[in-house]
Each structure stands twice: as C-alpha cells, then as structure tokens.
Design a protein around this ligand. Structure first.
Ligand SMILES: [Ca+2]
Ligand SMILES: [Ca+2]
Length: 324
C-alpha cells in the first residue's frame, strides 16, 4: 500500500510538473508570437499602458506625472515606435516631454519650462505641455519634436524644438497661450514652416483704442530652421534674448476686432500643390492663406455674427499694418 501510495503521489507530482512545463512552453511560444511593437497607448493619470496591434498589454508604467498629451513616433529612427508623453503641471516632472522606449524605459526627458523666465510679472515656475508633434523638420530622415509649454495660471508659453536625442534645437516665446501648432512644406526652400495660433495678452498695450477686457488672437509663421526670440510686442527681457530679442517670425497676423478668436487651424499639404493655411474665426468667417500670410480665399459661415464687423471687411491683418 505504501509503495502504491508513494507511486501514485510521485506520479501525481510528476503529472503536475509536466503540465506546468508544457503550460510554460505554450506560454513562451504564445508570448514569443505576440507582436512586441507598440501600436496603441492608453493612459490614466500618471499610468502609461503600451498595447500591441492585438490590443494585448505589453507593459504598464507609472511615470509619476499627470499625462496631458501622448504620441507614438519612431524617435530613435530604428523603425519601431517609442511613446512620447507630454506632462501637465502636476507631478514629479511637470511640463516635461518624456520619451519611453519600446520596453518602457526612459530614453530621455526635456522640461519645457526655461532655466530662467524672460517676462516680468507672475509665473508658476512650471509649465503644462499643450501641443506635441513629431515631424522631420530638417528632412534628414529622423523626427524632431515640436511642443508648447504653457504656464498653467499665467499667460506665457514657449515653443520648443527638441532633437531626436532630447536636446533643445530652437525656442520661441509667446505672451499668451498657443492653442494649436501645425507644420507645412515650404516649397521654395525645401524647409518646413511652423504655423501657430493663439491668444496674445500683451498686444492690447500697444494697439490704439484697445479695451482691457478682450484679448487679441494671432496667427504666425516660423521657418523651422530659424527659430528664436519672442512674439510681438517684444516685452520680454533683453538680457534673456540678447540680439535675438525680436522673434524670428516670418509674419505675425492679428484678428480684428479685438476679441475675435481663431477657432480652428489646419494645413492642406497636398503633393504638387502649394500648402494652404485654413483658419476659422469666431465671428463665422473662414480664410485660406498662403505661406506668406496672404489671404487667397475667404468665406462666411452660417454662424457669422454681424456685430463682429461688416460683412465685406476682413478680420486678419499683419501686426505692422495695425501698429502704423
Ligand atoms: Ca524607435
Ligand atoms: Ca530631422
């Protein structure tokens, strides 16, 4: 009886062991077959989840900072996606761009808040990342990151261009929050343009007849290879910018009358055709502009508001024409 019992017991244990080994092998085979490339990202609070194309979770990571934006892009140019995170002002790394590798390690971090702040008055000493794009700006085959950092309470914002290895390649300050950034091919010189729209809090101090309760909204263009300085009216400290005190904007447009906001900004990048900047204005107008900022077509939607200006008057003007 003892022998039989031991035999049965041993057989039972061997059975379990064999079963576990087989299950392990099946698991390893299935795991090996599971696509490892990141195809989707999910996040909640500070937790990032990387998913493959079958929606299987590849890994989960707590970056200890609230996530505001995320994109999937091949930043290190190895043919596989990394996750690029832009954080809010809450957490261990506020206003920071964090690049996570395919396996969930941190490739690099970049804080969008500058080492010193160029504007007088209040600031929160930290930013929130609002816009986040990955675009090959210099056509060398690897992606650069374009992001905007915004003060969560005060008005200033900063456009930063970050190289694939996490270094600052260009910056431009704006005295107001930037709502959207897009890029376009500049056919004439083979470079890319960065076009941004947003609110400018300082213009009412220089535009005659301004009231002090409405803001001016603006649209401007930068050459991605020549980015420096600050937007009009150039109230930032000269000691910060030096001889790059005036910004490198190719043109800077303002919506009139005061309070008229840009509600959407897009670019039509069509092969064989010149790109067009398309904007919609809160008064119901919409425009197509070329990359010189000239209006090439205009329209009026059903939501056009008569009180915001006469029907036959444009609402887009270059800043130098307004300040004449
Ligand atoms: Ca990669
Ligand atoms: Ca590049």
């Amino acid at each position: 009886m003892m022998k039989t019992s031991t035999f049965i017991k041993n057989g039972y244990i061997q059975g379990i062991a064999t079963g576990l080994i087989v299950a392990g092998i099946i698991f390893l085979i299935n795991d090996f077959k599971k696509p490892k490339d990141i195809f989707r990202v999910k996040y909640e609070g500070s937790i990032v989840m990387a998913l493959n194309k079958d929606w299987n979770t590849l890994w989960v990571k707590d970056i200890r900072s609230e996530i505001e934006k995320d994109i999937l892009a091949d930043i290190d140019n190895d043919g596989r996606n990394e996750i690029v995170i832009g954080t809010s002002h809450n957490g261990a790394d506020p206003g920071t761009i964090i690049v996570l590798s395919r396996k969930g390690g941190i490739l690099w971090k970049f804080n969008t808040y500058p080492e010193s702040f160029p504007y007088a008055g209040g600031n929160s000493r930290k930013f929130t990342v609002r816009n986040l794009l990955a675009v090959d700006l210099d056509n060398d085959g690897s992606l650069e990151i374009i992001a905007t950092g915004h003060d969560p309470t005060w008005y200033a914002s900063r456009i930063v261009i970050i190289s694939e290895d996490g270094m600052l390649a260009g910056e431009y300050f704006h005295p107001g929050q930037l709502s959207k950034i897009v890029t376009a091919e500049m056919i004439s010189n083979g470079r890319k343009a960065i076009i941004a729209s947003g609110c400018n809090n300082d213009l009412r101090q220089v535009i005659k007849g301004s009231n002090d309760h409405d803001y001016y909204y603006s649209l401007f263009l930068l050459d991605s290879k020549e980015i420096w300085g600050q937007a009009p009216p150039y109230f930032g400290r000269k000691s910060y910018f030096g001889n790059k005190w005036r910004g490198s904007e190719k043109w800077y447009g303002v919506m009139l009358p005061q309070g008229n906001a840009i509600t959407s900004l897009d670019v039509e990048n069509q092969t064989g055709f010149l790109p067009l900047i398309k904007i919609a204005i809160s008064d119901g107008r919409f425009y197509s502009l070329n990359l010189k900022g000239e209006i090439v077509s205009r329209g009026l939607s059903d939501s056009w508001i008569e009180e915001h200006g006469k029907k036959d008057l444009d609402s887009f003007f270059f800043i130098e024409d307004i300040l004449k």
